[in-house]
Design a protein around this ligand. Sequence first.
Ligand code: URA
Length: 191
Amino acid sequence: MNNKIDQIASEVKTCQRCALYKNAIQGVPGEGNPEARVFFIGEGPGQEEDKQGRPFVGQAGKFLEEMLGLIGWKREDVFIGNIVKHRPPGNRDPLPEEIDACWPYLDAQLEAIKPKLIVLLGRHAMYRFLPSDFRISKEHGKIFRRQGKFITPLYHPAAALYHGGLRQTLIQDFKKLPKMLAKIDSLATGG
Ligand code: URA
């Protein structure tokens, strides 16, 4: 299984499926435990991620790690990836065709890892899995089942950094994750 994740990572590093690679330093495939029970999906690499080739290593990443710590999780326990693997110039929103071009990588990572729970960080990740009339302000912290997968949309950590009012909401949603996972386990065992 590890091999599959490594193989996807090496494909991402040389990917030219959309134009994003032209302005980026490198692809950021995602990283974490290949047997993770929880897979976090962000939007796309920012400046620091582009420099280091690793997801969520800038300010938003520090906040993400802080919230993982609050529930006793570490980033090495989970898997962290993004909807697009190259940094959009100036951190603009990824375009629909860029998201489509990059989708096979995320799809393959999800297939290899088979997480119990997928956490969608922000609206770009949410719209890949949930209907376009959904609003993150209404749906955050709820659990959905789509094509056999359990998913929950949360505010993006960067949004909470820019809009201080969302910080506590995001922290409260994070605190629900262990219970969600336990509930998914009990459904699987019929408990
Ligand atoms: N924001 C994201 O959505 N992804 C990262 O990897 C970093 C910041």
